[in-house]
Ligand binder design. Sequence first.
Ligand SMILES: [Zn+2]
Length: 300
Amino acid sequence: MLKVVILGSAAGGAVPQWNCNCAQCAAAWGDPALRNTQVSAAISADGGQHWFLINASPDIRQQILDTPALHPAKGHLRHSPIAGVILTNGEIDAIAGLLSLREGTPFALHAHARVLATLRANSVFDVLKADLVPRIPMALDTEFEPLLPDGTPSGLRVQAFAVPGKPAWYMEDAGADPGDTIGLKFSTGEGDSAYFIAACAEVTPDLAARLAGAGLVMFDGTLWQDDEMIRAGLGQKTGQRMGHLSMSDSITALAGVEIGTRVFVHINNSNPALLPHSPERLQAQAAGWRIPLPGEEFTL
Ligand SMILES: [Zn+2]
């Protein structure tokens, strides 16, 4: 059995973003129920005793506070049910939260070699001591079972695979590499699988075939339409320029693919589908998609 908890489903900046009064942020400044943290999920293969985080969001401390399953167990002076962190990229949204996981509790860090090179090049991440937080390279297309901190098997099977995308913005000068944009597949070896794909520039036939039959797909929902940030006066980049297929196109591209539960994650605050009664939200829901808020749980 897989348990998945959405810790946050917003893109970088979250909702509301500290300096933004776009329609979605303005609504969230006024209504706490509309607030959302930067995307991350927790996943467990042992009924919730141990959890692996997908990425370490800058909002990780608030996400842990808001998620009782991630609190230290009573009766232990120092403890965390977080057994590891699996990184999908080297963006700030994915790695900044690692700095909040210092203080001497062991966990494993799994990431592609290119992301590990980013961490190695930034000495501030050495606050996570190598003897407590081993950095384990994650090869593409190779299933592995992350271990618990005591060395015993977690029961979780993970497979990373490349999806169409682009490098982290601060690494664009270094050129693109197959490890830049990664999707993750989770399973226990029996039952349905869960997929996490928070950045994706295109649904290729290969990707559609891979997702067919999945129990849960958490998919890139950054923008509703490709030029919405430019239209709203929020930025100069299109979704494609940032390596993101827009929601309206993803809905179409995945419409014929058999998926148990489909949810959007990494939703930018410019995306009108964040508002519960917007036409865009209703269109996504009518197509079978959900816009999860922090704390939503799925069991497979
Ligand atoms: Zn905004």
